[in-house]
Write a protein of this length. Sequence first.
Length: 94
Amino acid sequence: MRTHNIDGQIVAFTADEEAAADAADAVFNSEAEVNKRFNAKVDRRRIAGYATDGDNFDAIWKAIDALSQGNDLPSEVTDTLASRAANKAANPKR
């Protein structure tokens, strides 16, 4: 039985409140909602594992510079790409 604390008094839910709470629980525990919460956690881990924007832009510019001169990608660029791939593999989405 669910209850409210109303002005220090413990009051049982009405039948309508119980039904509404049951419906809310069913939605919260549905597979789609569970997947949404799981993916939100994965997204936070993935975001934390990526290089900073500055590092990413630096790698992009170094790649553009190297390729425009006909050179191979510098190790900093390939390391950044490998790090991104490893982060995605470690934190897969459902």
